[in-house]
Design a protein around this ligand. Structure first.
Ligand code: PLP
Length: 427
């Protein structure tokens, strides 16, 4: 038998991946065969509990039956039209649902696109058109995507080094990070300094903020910070863009995280779970802002693909179904209690934080080694986990909000064992 034949199915998939797929797309150790609910099976038949959720795309778990049924039904009708060639109802219906779900009183309109980054790009375009201004304000530890504009808005070197020239007119201010000593007052002082030192607020088109910073380390933005930004936007005619790509679609227990922060944004960007696993993202916003763009100024061949829209309509139905919010709240308090217990036993854990069931813990040491070793050890034990944070030392939990208590409990036990395997904690 040749070496190739003796290798596991996973080894063969990963070897082919290495040969044919660009190495810039990071390679995990997992080769997936199928997935259901909170579980994933690899091509060798190993079962994993999924606390990574395709990076927040599986708030409803893998293959929710209502979403799969909606996709099947749409596939038999038509796969694609291009919304600029033929209007189709799933697109319009989803925009109507997004209007109904808007976190405020304004009348809204939406545009549908293929990815979170594309949606952020469109939100910025809409803000430029509405204000006639160039400047964009973003924050420390932000993640808004990997396209040319959004990598300049994103605050992590790995996503932009070597890819210049970067987009101009992007300005960065501090965001609150109490665990590392940055208060709301510090963050607002940094914005004030930016406006006195670098750019007149009257030349800023939009401020873009994640209500809970995702890739940056699951850092919830304090309501008083978000409310102060809203006041600043109102004072200077700046468009407030709420990036809910990771925090939205029920992840924090409410449809949109900003509902818990007491602010109505001007534009809201959604994605990830919205398409239930199909590529879909949206910009929803006050109708007069959205209509500030001339006809033909927005759009794209695949944006709002009908199959993705059919999936999204079923996703939205599930996220707003009776009992879902209660279940999400239960998942949040269940995870928080267990994480606090782990933290009280393990001094290496610096802080447990998040909003509702969007939770993570940060290791005290600001280096990625222990978190990397922990996610690797978790994988060996059958748990899919992701780290995040500028220093890579935050472990985030993204289990489906539909996971059973038994699955959540098992995942947390595996997580604590993995911390032990990694030598990060006392065992
Ligand atoms: N915005 C936030 C807050 C995100 O977390 C992400 C992706 O992780 C994006 C934007 C970009 O989304 P996509 O990867 O779909 O382009």
């Amino acid at each position: 038998m040749s070496v190739e034949q003796r290798a596991s199915a996973t080894d063969r998939v990963l070897a082919a991946r290495e040969r044919y797929v660009a190495r810039g797309v990071a390679t995990p150790s997992l080769a997936v065969a199928r997935a259901e609910g909170a579980r994933v099976w690899d091509v060798d038949g190993r079962e994993f509990l999924d606390f990574a959720g395709g990076i927040a795309c599986q708030n409803l778990g893998h293959g929710p039956s209502a979403v799969v049924a909606a996709v099947h039904e749409q596939v038999d009708r038509y796969l694609h039209q291009c919304f600029m060639v033929g209007t189709y109802e799933p697109y319009v219906d989803l925009c109507r649902r997004l209007d109904e779900l808007w976190p405020g009183d304004s009348e809204t309109k939406s545009i549908l696109v293929n990815s979170g980054a594309e949606a952020i790009e469109n939100a910025v375009k809409i803000a430029h058109a509405a204000t006639g201004r160039a400047g964009v304000v973003v924050f420390d530890r932000a993640f808004h995507g990997r396209t040319t504009l959004t990598m300049a808005m994103t605050a992590k070197l790995v996503y932009k080094q070597g890819f210049g020239p970067l987009a101009t007119d992007i300005y960065r201010a501090a965001a609150p990070y109490p665990f590392r000593g940055v208060s709301t007052e510090d963050a607002l002082a940094s914005l004030d300094l930016l406006f006195r030192q670098d750019v007149d607020p009257r030349s800023i088109a939009c401020i873009v903020l994640e209500p809970v910073q995702g890739e940056g380390g699951f850092i919830p933005m304090p309501p008083e910070f978000v409310q102060a930004l809203r006041r600043i936007c109102d004072e200077y005619g700046i468009v407030y863009v709420d990036d809910e790509v990771q925090a939205g679609c029920g992840r924090t227990g409410t449809m949109w995280a900003i509902e818990q922060l007491g602010v109505e944004p001007d534009l809201l960007v959604s994605g990830k779970t919205l398409g239930g696993g199909l590529p879909l993202a949206a910009v929803t916003g006050r109708a007069e802002l959205m209509d500030g763009v001339h006809v033909g100024g927005l759009g794209g061949t695949f944006g709002g693909n009908p199959v993705a829209c059919a999936a999204a309509l079923a996703v939205v139905d599930e996220l707003t179904a009776p009992g879902f919010a209660e279940r999400a709240e239960h998942v949040g308090s269940f995870l928080r209690t267990r994480l606090d217990e782990i933290a009280s036993r393990q001094p290496v854990v610096g802080e447990v934080r998040g909003l509702g069931p969007m939770l993570a813990f940060e290791l005290r040491e600001p280096t990625p080694d222990a978190a990397k070793a922990t996610t690797a050890a978790a994988f060996e034990r059958g748990l899919l986990l992701l780290s995040c944070g500028l220093d890579g030392n935050v472990i985030r939990l993204l289990p489906p909000l539909t996971a059973s208590d038994e699955e959540l409990e098992r995942g947390l036990s595996l997580l604590e064992e993995a911390l032990g395997d990694a030598g990060a904690v006392r065992t």
